[in-house]
Design a protein around this ligand. Structure first.
Ligand code: UD1
Length: 318
């Protein structure tokens, strides 16, 4: 029976991936999470179908036995957030770099079939060209961007030197149900949705004209499943985005339209380390992985808004 391992499987993206694997019929899904930012509630209805381990990727001996003989390891465990990596760089360095090294090392030692690594679009930095193509020279602007890029380089070196099959997917601002809005470091759309449901104005850092290729989580799940199977791609890196670009002002306008309210945003100074514009070139992912995004930004945002409303229950604003 093929074994799948998802590190960070109790997190927002990891838990969606676990669900995606189960939907595909995977019989053996091992979930590793230290529950630092992940939550067991994210796995509530699938707990009986998975093998959950509270383990920390910073500790090689905790994770090595779990990765042994895995067909595919999806490495999602990370401390996200650009500003968090600036305010508190040590934990994000230890998890995103040392932890990632441990995952590759354990996968190689345990003869895993392939590791699909969650890389980040932040690697591109502020290179002026749009859309961002994988062949561009990375220019990380923050500790987080650098850490995620180091993981990519490790992925490619483990492929060439240690014979481990690896693929890196550069996620472009993933959003969707279960993204945790409870921290100031949370993804901007989860914060915007929380604000609109509480009928508050959000804070926009900068003029709001910065843009992102916001990608609905189910499209990222589908691409991971394709990357797990596609032949002849070991050691490579692909953009995991939809190829579009939406400004923060546009995203907030759309949410106000959905909810039929008018709540002007408040504006603050730009965040250090922030990238101005981000948009994926999808040519390589379409060609090599069969990437076929299924959700427009508007569709994804509607589904996400509905999910947060359901969580709040019937008493929430209508
Ligand atoms: C970056 C990466 C992304 C990665 C994420 C992990 C880029 C282009 N993207 O996202 O791939 O998944 O880190 O954390 O580098 N903002 C506000 N108000 C808020 C919060 C944020 O205006 O309350 C602004 C930020 O300044 C930024 C934008 O919203 O301009 C997006 O911020 P965020 O959601 O934190 O993601 P990135 O830093 O873009």
């Amino acid at each position: 029976m093929r074994k799948y391992v998802v590190t960070g499987g109790a997190g927002f993206i990891g838990s969606a991936l676990v669900r995606g694997l189960l939907r595909e019929g995977a019989a053996r899904v091992v979930v590793i999470d230290n529950l630092l930012t992940g939550r067991l509630e994210n796995l509530a209805e699938v707990r009986g179908s998975i093998d959950f381990h509270r383990a920390d990727i910073r500790h090689y001996e905790e994770i090595a036995p779990l990765l042994e003989g895995a067909g595919v390891v999806f490495h999602e465990a990370a401390i996200p957030s650009v500003p968090r990596s600036i305010a508190d760089p040590v934990p994000s360095h230890e998890i995103n770099i040392d932890g990632t090294f441990n995952v590759f090392r354990a996968a190689a030692a345990g003869k895993a079939g392939r590791v699909v690594y969650a890389a980040s679009s932040s690697a591109y930095g502020d290179t002026p060209v749009l859309p961002k193509v994988e062949t561009m020279l990375p220019q990380p602007k923050s500790p987080y961007a650098l850490q995620k890029l180091v993981g990519e380089y490790y992925a490619s070196v483990f492929a060439s030197v240690f014979g481990l099959e690896t693929v890196s997917l550069r996620y472009f601002n993933v959003f969707g149900p279960r993204q945790d809005p409870s921290s100031p470091y949370s993804g901007v759309l989860s914060l915007f949705i929380q604000a609109i449901l509480e009928r508050r104005s959000p804070i926009i850092y900068g003029d709001g004209e910065q843009s992102r290729d916001f990608t609905y989580v189910e499209d990222v799940v589908a691409l991971n499943l394709k990357a797990a199977r596609a032949p002849g791609i070991s050691g490579k890196c692909y953009n995991a985005g939809n190829g579009g670009r939406v400004t923060l002002n546009q995203a907030w306008d759309l949410l106000q339209r959905f909810e039929g309210v008018s709540l002007p945003a408040r504006y603050g100074p730009p965040r250090p380390g922030d990238v101005r514009d981000s948009q994926a070139d999808t040519v390589a992912a379409v060609r090599d992985l069969g990437h076929a995004p299924g959700y427009s930004f508007e569709q994804g945002l509607r589904l996400t808004l509905e999910w947060y409303k359901e969580q709040r229950g019937p008493s929430s604003s209508s």
